[in-house]
Design a binder for this molecule. Sequence first.
Ligand SMILES: NC(=O)C1=CN([C@@H]2O[C@H](COP(=O)(O)OP(=O)(O)OC[C@H]3O[C@@H](n4cnc5c(N)ncnc54)[C@H](O)[C@@H]3O)[C@@H](O)[C@H]2O)C=CC1
Ligand SMILES: O=C(O)[C@H]1O[C@H](OP(=O)(O)OP(=O)(O)OC[C@H]2O[C@@H](n3ccc(=O)[nH]c3=O)[C@H](O)[C@@H]2O)[C@H](O)[C@@H](O)[C@@H]1O
Length: 536
Amino acid sequence: MHNRVNDLESPVWDGSGNRNGNGDDKGDNCFPPADISRGGATTPAERRLSRPFNALMVPHKTIKKICCIGAGYVGGPTCAVIAEKNPDIIVTIVDINPTRIAAWNSDTLPIYEPGLDKIVKGCRGRNLFFSTDVDKGIIEADLIFVSVNTPTKKKGVGAGYAADLGYVESATRHIARVAQSDKIVVEKSTVPCRTAHSMRYILEANARPGIHFDILSNPEFLAEGTAVPDLMRPDRVLIGSLDTLAGRAAAASLADIYASWVPRGQIIAMNLWSSELSKLAANALLAQRISSINALSAICEATGADVDEVSYACGLDTRIGSKFLKASVGFGGSCFQKDILNLVYLSESLHLPEVAAYWRQVVEMNEYQKRRFTDRVISSLFNTLTGKKIAILGFAFKKDTGDTRESPAITLVNYFRAERANISIYDPKVEDSQIWMDLTEPGVVDDLAELQKQVSIATNAYSACDDADAVVICTEWDEFRDTYLDYGRIYENMKKPAFVFDGRLILDRNRLEGMGFRVETIGRAASSFKTPRDWE
Ligand SMILES: NC(=O)C1=CN([C@@H]2O[C@H](COP(=O)(O)OP(=O)(O)OC[C@H]3O[C@@H](n4cnc5c(N)ncnc54)[C@H](O)[C@@H]3O)[C@@H](O)[C@H]2O)C=CC1
Ligand SMILES: O=C(O)[C@H]1O[C@H](OP(=O)(O)OP(=O)(O)OC[C@H]2O[C@@H](n3ccc(=O)[nH]c3=O)[C@H](O)[C@@H]2O)[C@H](O)[C@@H](O)[C@@H]1O
């Protein structure tokens, strides 16, 4: 018997429950079931997608053992929550990085996420395990999440845009090589549209005879810093599968796992490619909102309008909504830029240059925002930073995480270094070693010594700001707000005039100006700017 993976060529979902040609459908026993509706939907697509996912309609297997390949920011929290909510399922998270696994097994977890410690420590050793034994994890599991990194390619075809699928491929080959029984393989990593197709070929070409694989797409939408509440109360869980009996049964098995805590109406079934693309699309749309408000922040600074007020006014329109309209020094994080560039590459590969240019602009606006903010610092400090001390408050890409991937702070520090400023950095959660790594040019041997002459890392915000010419808020940590931090004390110990650059709109400018600071805020003109110009 040859290895069978379901036909991925045409995962057609026409909404009618009709078979897609492989002949294994049974009339109305479609997936999702055709006879349940939440109501209110108007188009065929809405009607189809609004049907709650009723796993019981398709005969399917109950999952007893899960393996997650990749113990990172997604694999760790996601599978810890799955283990907590499914005490009868054994969940093993495996990784090739022994240091990371050792940290997951220690008192200090490798990632900081509010609420995660309690969950991991509650399940670890009971039904949650962390291991470097990838073979064993795969062999024992019924269902395997592939949750490995998919960074932007650095070299070769598509460098700078396409996703590097090397880790996904290597994990897939590993599954094929060691699996001794049928498996459901779940793409948890964010991947380009139709990656499931490549996974199929790899599995088919390498698996032992008689082993059957089903491939599902189940993208993750958690945000760092709020991973636990996001996982506990997701807006939706997407499960992409083939519209075949086997595909629907596999999806139903996965749906049961989530249904332990997510209402079934929020578990959405769709075709594989839609599910893969929905993840890239969601990140692109979120980032697009930030670039849009940041573009408006430049207009605000030039006119005297206030971006917070503009954002508030626009967000009150229920068609627009208030989330992701906070102007900032620029978005960071491991995914927004990577996933948009991935979409740009996909568009170009599909010969859609206008579409590619449209999405590329979201990233370009983000770069412009960081440059613009730096220029404002330089021009405010009398056009030179040479020998001046700049205190950087916050190095993580957002609050409540120690993650610095693509953090705007890195770009800003590099710009300030190029201007020969002295820089002092403080972040409550980022390790010193991480900061040094982020600021060291790869491959430049003597860079660290040079760097350490110009940059220092402080143990608290006050010492970072001691004797500084300017304070630059890069991350919106609550402890940097003027209601927490004693800015009066900071002012006393700074050079004069003392500048504060608020890249996150967290400070009460009037209050700080009352103390004597000169405050420059993203999306607001300098206080000296009169507006409307002729009124005063
Ligand atoms: N970080 C986030 O907030 C989110 C990330 N994602 C996506 O999830 C995926 C994973 O992201 P992160 O967890 O942030 O990455 P990460 O870099 O924190 O973790 C990935 C882990 O996979 C391990 N790994 C790589 N190849 C392996 C292999 N063959 N066998 C075993 N382990 C292997 C690495 O050692 C690493 O520890 C990416 O595709 C990302 O785009 C999706 C939603 C949110
Ligand atoms: O695929 C992913 O990795 C994830 O990417 C983002 O999550 P994350 O990057 O962890 O954090 P966000 O809260 O989205 O913030 C991203 C960046 O945008 C910035 N941001 C966010 C919101 C806003 O209004 N303004 C703004 O500048 C943040 O400060 C941060 O630098 C998405 O929000 C998640 O849904 C998605 O799963």
